[in-house]
Write a protein that binds this ligand. Structure first.
Ligand code: TYD
Length: 210
């Protein structure tokens, strides 16, 4: 039985989710929780190397899906499960819902394949599969997200370079996931002020046991 909690952050590129990671970690520490912040793809030496390839090299969409889950297997086995067993709160910037949203919704890959990989990689044989306890979905309209990315003026990765229709499909796939798993998903309006969003996050974390 895991003693810690797995908290995942999701949203389209430009939704603002990553700007809350450090604040959430500080909030949890202020509540005397041990915290581990990590991200996907990435979180391990192999995972960070795979991230670099995934964000830059052109590849078949199914190769992309397999590499996302390969990086995730390593991450779960080497980082996430050990931290949960130590009783830590793991904050993970993206997790398998991102594969459903981007590779499933965005790229249109077969849902059955995704579920098979998820069962395998999350641990279908263990008594307790590795599932998030709480998923914060930062939702913003695609035009707002694109504007923010353009304003940041940085180099765009392979996913950010996809067109508006792609990001719209990703957004709707995320919202569909949230409807399907209402017990763990909480949708936050990413257009609210930073302070208002943080207030909501604090309430949700408290409700989750922080
Ligand atoms: P992202 O969190 O957006 O990194 P950053 O905030 O540094 O730009 O993640 C990188 C990209 O990876 C993002 O565009 C979504 C994509 N991604 C997938 O397509 N599938 C996945 O399963 C994961 C975890 C990420």
């Amino acid at each position: 039985m895991n003693k810690g909690k797995l908290l995942t952050l999701e949203g389209i590129d430009g939704s603002g989710k990553s700007s809350h990671v450090a604040w959430i970690a500080d909030f949890l520490r202020s509540r005397e929780k041990a915290v581990l912040s990590t991200r996907e793809p990435g979180g391990t030496k192999l995972g960070e190397w795979l991230r670099e390839q995934l964000l830059t090299l052109p590849m078949h969409p199914e190769t992309e899906l397999l590499l996302m889950f390969a990086a995730r297997k390593e991450h779960i086995a080497e980082v996430i499960l050990p931290a949960l067993e130590r009783g830590e709160w793991v904050i993970c910037d993206r997790f398998s819902d991102a594969s459903h949203a981007y590779q499933g919704g965005g790229k249109g890959l077969n849902h059955r394949r995704l579920v098979e990989l998820e069962l395998w990689v999350h641990g279908d044989e263990s008594s307790q599969p590795c599932e998030p306890d709480l998923t914060l979905l930062f939702d913003v309209p695609c035009e707002v997200a694109r504007e923010r990315i353009a304003l940041a003026g940085r180099h765009l990765d392979r996913f950010e370079q996809e067109d508006a229709q792609f990001h719209d499909r990703v957004r709707h796939a995320y919202l569909e996931r949230a409807r399907k798993f209402p017990e763990r998903f909480r949708i936050l309006d990413g257009q609210k002020t930073l302070e208002a969003i943080r207030e909501e996050i604090a309430a949700l974390l408290t409700e989750a046991g922080a």
